[in-house]
Design a protein around this ligand. Structure first.
Ligand code: ARG
Length: 306
């Protein structure tokens, strides 16, 4: 699909060429991966790192420490600096499990990725990385349409939950009518690009954007029918505020009552913050059963394991 191919523009060939210039760094993409394959966001992050290019949320503001305690960064395990290593976002589901997007981690080995939680800055002082022991990708994830774009990461050791690291409960189907109303504000956060063709940011950004009905989002001028029942839209028709490359997998939070709930997972969009092309998010309410089965009775969970 056209818009999806535009989502990622990386050329893997560049990696091999760039590697010769940095003698002190691992020389190749291969040396940074244990597996032979990895998702496109992982490959993109490695390319940026090897290329020493600068690498967000568009139209947002920097978050304060502790403002989004459920936000985590997914990192390429073998890339040293947390900012360079960052390739996607995620949300804390329990002390052992992270919710993210399937397109961030499908085809990727658990050994190749790690997470960092409890920080809003991705720099040298970023807290300790936690290794991922298992990746569960939804079995109906479709790499072309991005349908069912959800995955779970099991952590090698539990997170220290507290003020800085907190779980965000999933928004249930029953909460949707009150929460996902046209115009109701949702909050998306991440370390992705702050302009469509811009750079990433080491300071976590966030922006409040209104929910957009599927009917509106599927208009010919918008996504012309590409938004399925497993997706929700949020953004402003005029453009200017949106999630962007690098924010994928991260949280779209709703305030159900005053309790934050995970309503969406950053999934796709045509460009970033363009007029009529709002962000499309995985509709979390459709996966509460899948998440609870996979996290409590993993053997019964229908998922692609890595
Ligand atoms: N596929 C992009 C990523 O991997 C999704 C970014 C969301 N795009 C948007 N316009 N809201 O980062």
């Amino acid at each position: 699909m056209d818009m999806l191919s535009r989502c990622f523009t990386a050329s893997l060939l560049l990696v091999a060429i760039a590697s010769t210039a940095f003698a002190q760094q691992p020389a190749s993409r291969e040396s940074l991966l244990t597996g032979r394959t990895a998702s496109q966001p992982v490959l993109d992050a490695i390319e940026v790192y090897l290329d020493k290019k600068e690498k967000k949320i568009v139209g947002g503001k920097p978050a304060k420490a502790g403002q989004f305690p459920w936000q985590v960064a997914l990192l390429v395990a073998r890339v040293p600096d947390a900012y360079d290593a960052h390739f996607c976002g995620g949300s804390v589901h329990t002390e052992r499990w992270i919710v993210t997007a399937a397109h961030c981690v499908h085809d990727t080995e658990a050994a190749d990725i790690a997470i960092v939680a409890g920080t809003h800055r991705l720099n040298a002082e970023a807290p300790e990385r936690i290794a991922v022991s298992r990746i569960l990708v939804h079995e109906d994830y479709d790499d072309e349409t991005y349908d069912n774009d959800i995955a779970l990461l099991e952590l090698e050791k539990p997170l220290a939950l507290g003020d800085r690291i907190r779980v965000i409960p999933l928004l249930g189907t029953g909460d949707e009518p009150a929460t996902l109303k046209p115009g109701a504000l949702l909050t998306v956060s991440g370390w992705g690009r702050t302009q469509q063709d811009g750079e990433g940011t080491s300071a976590l950004q966030y922006v409040d954007i209104p929910f957009v009905e599927r009917k509106t989002c599927n208009r010919a001028l918008a996504y012309d029918g590409a938004v399925t029942e497993r997706m929700i839209c949020a953004g402003v028709a005029a453009g200017g505020k949106d999630s962007c490359q690098g924010d994928s997998g991260g949280p779209l939070a709703a305030n159900a009552g005053s309790q934050p709930r995970l309503a969406g997972v950053v999934s796709w969009g045509e460009g970033c913050a363009q007029a009529n092309k709002v962000g499309v998010y995985t509709r979390v309410s459709q996966f509460t059963g899948w998440v609870s089965t996979c996290t409590t009775d993993t053997a019964r969970c229908k998922a692609k394991h890595r």
